[in-house]
Design a protein around this ligand. Structure first.
Ligand code: MN
Length: 245
């Protein structure tokens, strides 16, 4: 049996093919896994545990079926769904993970992150991240009405799209020195993250130590999963069947 890692599904009512593929994945590969880890941005937007739409509700029910069937599911908050909270956990049966997280599987330890904290060249984003991760800011935001929160989140997404479009490709990727610092601080040689939507396995050295950085892909046009068992890790693309080209 394998442990599966995915991220960046960006589940959205406007993208039914993504939701459909993910629900099939939950009934198939995930149901046969040892456990499932979702490393952030499961949802395109999450303004609180009291406002799930139809696509989000379908996904929560899919996760609940998975966890009720005995497959543990762990969810890390991403930059889109950093407000996932206790009610989401109760509804889905999933457990929230801290970011960063050190995980030891099959005798190997890995540093696990969503990945946005490594994009330190994007200073404007890091300032925003510090603000919205503040407990006081979150308390005030969650106290607003659903309609007010929706309006603010819509404006934030437009701003984020404009920022990403205008930003140099380089600054929206991870910073090499931040990657090295994270691995050095954790005393580890393997890092796993999502966020950048640039699936790859990178090999490099930190202080003369051979290191690996595995980047999960997004689910926009196909799925992306890291399969990890006693044999090691394998980063796989999951073709989307049954959808017209
Ligand atoms: Mn992200």
């Amino acid at each position: 049996m394998a442990t599966l890692f995915i991220s960046d599904l960006h589940i959205d009512a406007g993208q039914p093919a993504v939701t459909g593929q993910f629900l099939s994945f939950l009934r198939g590969d995930a149901a046969n896994a040892e456990s499932l880890y979702i490393l952030g941005d499961l949802f395109e937007s999450w303004i609180g545990d009291d406002d799930a739409d139809s696509a989000q509700t379908a996904v929560i029910e899919g996760l609940n079926t998975l966890t009720a069937g005995g497959v543990p599911c762990f969810v890390m908050q991403g930059n889109r769904d950093f407000l996932l909270g206790p009610r989401f956990c109760a509804m889905s049966g999933a457990h929230l993970l801290p970011d960063p997280l050190v995980l030891t599987l099959y005798g190997e330890s890995v540093l696990v992150m969503h990945g946005d904290a490594l994009c330190t060249d994007d200073r404007a984003y890091q300032r925003l991240r510090a603000t919205v991760r503040d407990a006081g800011w979150q308390r005030e935001f969650l106290a607003l009405s659903v309609s007010r929160r929706r309006a603010l989140a819509g404006a934030a997404r437009s701003g984020s799209r404009a920022h990403t479009a205008a930003a140099d490709q380089g600054i929206t990727d991870v910073n090499a020195a931040s990657v090295a610092t994270a691995l050095r601080t954790a005393g580890l040689s393997m890092l796993l993250h999502g966020h950048t939507h640039r699936p790859a396995v990178h090999r490099f050295e930190v202080d003369g130590r051979a290191c690996t950085r595995i980047v999960l892909g997004d689910w926009h046009a196909q799925g992306s999963v890291l399969r990890w068992d006693e044999e090691g890790q394998e980063l796989l693309a999951l073709p989307r069947s049954g959808t017209p080209e």
